[in-house]
Design a binder for this molecule. Structure first.
Ligand code: GDP
Ligand code: MG
Length: 234
């Protein structure tokens, strides 16, 4: 069992000003629409319908929050004790590159997305979902460029690896690491950018992604079972 399995829908946000005020670390999931973001979040959280809200018409361009810990607490219920129990937030960002969104709506979410990744203090790391067959489109690069100046980690999940043969998958991973490795800070030090292969179909990379996300969120990968064993052993 992973702590991520505790994820519960928390709130939907459509403006920077509406973002939760609480000081809890956030891990945000970004990616082109159809990259496999919702499916990946659902698998990581072991819930079939967690990201259902992200598919509700009118909400697809919103930021959806899922809390880890303090289950079933809604933001607008003033239940401070439960709110205190929230240990981290998973944040489902609007998918980008969706052709049918245009005009003012497109501008609005681009701005919201850009503001969020560049300015959100609580944001600890970005999990970037990229289709392993179509790595780093223009908009993915845009996302990396927005986030790189913050110096915070990006973990790139190359999704749908089951669609590639072993050779092509290895190649996709190598190329992704080369691309991400080309980003450096002002001291010419590589930024903390990592990548892995992932498939919802055959669960390739599930454990790696889980452990990585828990670590980025400041939650350890220790299970209840491990804690019990340690206590007994001590
Ligand atoms: N073969 C395969 N298909 C996947 C995988 N992950 C997602 N998909 C499919 O890709 C499509 C888009 O997935 P979805 O999670 O809705 O993408 P989102 O728009 O990024 O949230 C769906 O039809 C999924 O079933 C995967 O690992 N392997
Ligand atoms: Mg989705």
């Amino acid at each position: 069992m992973s702590l991520l399995w505790q994820a519960r829908f928390f709130t939907t946000v459509n403006n920077f000003q509406e973002l939760p005020k609480m000081q809890v670390l956030e891990i945000a999931f970004a990616g082109r629409s159809n990259a496999g973001k919702s499916t990946a979040i659902n698998l990581l959280c072991n819930q079939k319908k967690l990201t259902f809200a992200s598919k509700t018409p009118g909400r697809t361009q919103h930021i959806n929050y899922f809390s880890i810990g303090g289950a079933h607490v809604a933001q607008h219920r003033k239940d401070e004790i439960k709110i205190d129990e929230i240990r981290a937030m998973l944040v489902d960002l609007p998918g980008y590159g969706y052709a049918e969104v245009s005009g003012p709506a497109k501008l609005h979410w681009q701005q919201l997305l850009g503001d969020y990744v560049r300015r959100r203090q609580q944001l600890a790391a970005l999990v970037l979902i990229v289709d392993s067959r179509r790595p780093f489109t223009e908009l993915d690069v845009q996302m990396v460029e927005w986030f790189a100046p913050t110096g915070k980690p990006i973990h790139c999940i190359l999704s749908k690896s089951d669609k590639l043969n072993r050779n092509d998958a290895t190649n996709a991973l190598r190329q992704a690491r080369i691309f991400l490795g080309s980003y450096v800070d002002e001291n010419n030090q590589q930024l903390p950018f990592t990548a892995q292969l992932f498939s919802v179909l055959n669960r390739n990379g599930l454990e790696e992604a889980n452990n990585r996300i828990l670590k980025l969120a400041g939650l350890t990968a220790i299970t209840d079972h491990d804690i019990d064993t340690d206590a007994a052993g001590g």
